[in-house]
Design a protein. Structure first.
Length: 288
């Protein structure tokens, strides 16, 4: 089901909807850019229906549940919204107080995790982990806010004895891109709005014959067409910021798959080095 079909589907099914379902449809059709970032409770409140009615509405449209419907709406609107417009949309969603903003944010993240779990291809995750295990060198291509995910990924790949490198578009990282070949792996990390550097780099590495993995949000993501394996994780919340809760959980899952092949001798050597260099804080025993 293409993302751009969601409003057409709602419109076509509108005459056969119940009165409650039509109220939900009206909220979405009148302002899809805002409705796309509602959670279940917010959409239900806006339409004057129960949370369960929103869930039934989603399945009535042919989706597995509200998270899947929400993802399709977000995919439709996120590419055409600037950061400024996304901030304005998030501010238009009313909250009673700061506490409700906090809990609403957590609910959005839980929704993203549930959706990721529902759509995750476990076989693709395993193949991706195996590719990373076998790789001589690993390039982590990311830009702007996604660099935070790349740095986290790099830290633990180093712990595992790999040779990771974060490529951010900064000139010194671009100058080493031709050092990767078929025995290496490139991981592209990017979400809507997609960085040109990340997309162009993944295209470059694919043409070079380097195996590629994409960590991205939608099937329509431009990263997908240049990846041997694509791992999807939603990032949408009612904010000008992306939520990296689901992508971080996905990266941790990859690392945990890889950790099964890390020898105890490797970790023992690391611990000895950390102890020798006094890396970690130790509380003093004196009573001053």
């Amino acid at each position: 089901m293409q993302e751009t079909e969601v409003l057409k589907r709602i419109t076509e099914k509108y005459p056969t909807m119940s009165a409650s379902q039509q109220r939900i449809a009206d909220v979405i059709l009148q302002d899809p850019e805002t409705a796309a970032f509602f959670n279940v409770a917010q959409l239900a409140k806006q339409a004057g229906v129960s949370d369960s009615t929103v869930t039934r509405f989603s399945t009535f449209l042919g989706y597995t549940g509200f998270p899947a419907l929400s993802q399709q709406l977000q995919a439709m609107v996120r590419l055409r919204l600037t950061t400024k417009e996304r901030l304005e949309r998030s501010q238009s969603i009313q909250h009673e107080d700061e506490a409700s903003i906090f809990f609403s944010s957590l609910e959005d993240d839980v929704q993203n995790l549930k959706l990721m779990i529902h759509q995750l291809d476990a076989a693709s995750l395993r193949r991706s982990a195996d590719m990373l295990d076998r790789a001589e060198k690993i390039a982590l291509v990311c830009s702007r806010s996604a660099v935070a995910l790349g740095v986290f990924f790099e830290f633990y790949l180093n712990i595992f004895g790999k040779q990771p490198m974060v490529l951010t578009g900064e000139p010194r990282t671009m100058d080493v891109m031709n050092r990767f070949g078929p025995s290496d792996v490139v991981v592209g990390i990017g979400f809507s709005r997609y960085s040109r550097f990340t997309v162009d780099s993944l295209r470059y590495f694919k043409n070079l014959g380097v195996p590629t993995i994409a960590i991205t949000d939608y099937a329509s993501s431009p990263l997908s067409q240049y990846a041997l394996e694509t791992l999807y994780c939603p990032t949408g919340i009612a904010s000008h910021m992306d939520s990296f809760v689901a992508p971080l959980a996905l990266i941790q899952a990859l690392l945990r798959c890889m950790a099964q092949h890390v020898s105890s001798e490797q970790m023992k050597n690391l611990e000895q080095m950390w102890e020798h260099l006094d890396v970690y804080f130790k509380p003093r025993n004196d009573k001053r």
